[in-house]
Design a protein around this ligand. Structure first.
Ligand code: ARG
Length: 301
């Protein structure tokens, strides 16, 4: 593992947030219309019992309301054309991780998806970024090693630091390439509970100092890392985290939080920290294991 990838407190040796240079805020989001969205096979525990169970009209209305919610907080929304037959393409968090290099160049890392049915999504994203002048790199995967983009790799707000989740959809070894490509350190978090199969289901940075987590999704060494780096750690209730995917909220510029409707405890904590909460209903997408955060990709630069 590269010198820039840390797994435990004992690896840190003086590394702290103060050593991490500032990083610009995101400039918008990329989303994919749900034209072909459906649950066709079970890839995560949320999908059990939901095969064929998505209401396409309702999903379309919820997605349009989410677009409007992003725009209402001042976040520009860009879209990518959906491909027929790719039922999970709507989850734009996974096919890539966008960001900047330390010199400000806008870049995008293209994922190596765990499931064959999702591997066909990545080509469209590669073209999308290339057409817009991003430097693009496709992750090299040996054997079955996978990396599922910003579902498992989350930028620390306003810092050149990436949090990397592994255990289900992403392999720890892949973060060496992530750290090298972005020229940014990665702090690894081990996911141990399949219900929280992507980092974005149990870890939601709110500001540079605060994070919302679901603690039992992580092993002990990972929890120590989170507690060391964030002065304020808020925990989600099980009901909010599981039923309403509260940790899959999208925070815009540490000011606004777009949160699944009904996640009252999580919303209350966010409001207490000064965030303005915008409730949105993503219930059709929760049937597939995703909510607000993973229906978009943050864009930078
Ligand atoms: N059905 C999709 C899958 O299992 C959901 C992906 C949700 N993405 C996320 N980052 N939480 O791949």
């Amino acid at each position: 593992m590269s010198a820039n990838v840390y797994r435990a407190l004992s690896d840190l040796k003086g590394f702290s947030l103060k050593n991490c240079p500032a990083m610009a805020e995101p400039t918008g989001v990329l989303m994919c219309p749900p034209d072909y969205f459906q649950v066709l096979s079970v890839k995560n525990p949320y999908m059990i019992g939901n095969v064929g169970g998505v209401d396409p009209m309702k999903a379309r209305r919820q997605w349009e309301t989410l677009v409007a919610a992003f725009e209402s907080v001042g976040c520009p929304v860009d879209t990518i054309t959906p491909t027929p037959g790719l039922e999970d393409m709507v989850f734009c968090a996974n096919q890539s991780l966008a960001g900047t290099r330390p010199d400000g160049e806008k870049v995008a890392l293209i994922s190596a998806m765990r499931h064959a049915s999702r591997r066909r999504e990545v080509g469209s994203f590669k073209h999308w970024y290339e057409a817009r002048g991003y430097r693009v790199f496709s992750l090299k995967s040996e054997g079955h090693e996978a990396f599922e983009g910003s579902g498992d790799a989350i930028w620390h707000p306003c810092k050149r630091l990436i949090w990397g989740g592994y255990g289900f959809r992403t392999d720890a070894a892949m973060f060496t390439q992530v750290a090298e490509f972005f020229k940014t350190p990665v702090l690894l978090l081990k996911l141990v509970n399949e219900r929280f199969y992507h980092l974005d289901t149990c870890f939601c940075p709110l500001t540079s100092e605060s994070v919302l987590i679901y603690p039992s999704a992580f092993d002990a060494a990972s929890l120590e890392l989170i507690l060391k780096m964030f002065p304020i750690v808020i925990t989600s209730s099980e009901a909010d985290a599981v039923t309403r995917m509260s940790c899959n909220s999208a925070v815009w510029r540490s000011k606004f939080a777009l949160v699944q409707k009904g996640a009252a405890a999580a919303s209350g904590h966010m409001q207490a920290l000064g965030l303005k909460v915008v409730e949105v209903d993503t219930s059709e997408f929760v049937k597939s294991g995703g909510s607000v955060y993973c229906l978009k990709q943050f864009l930078f630069g």
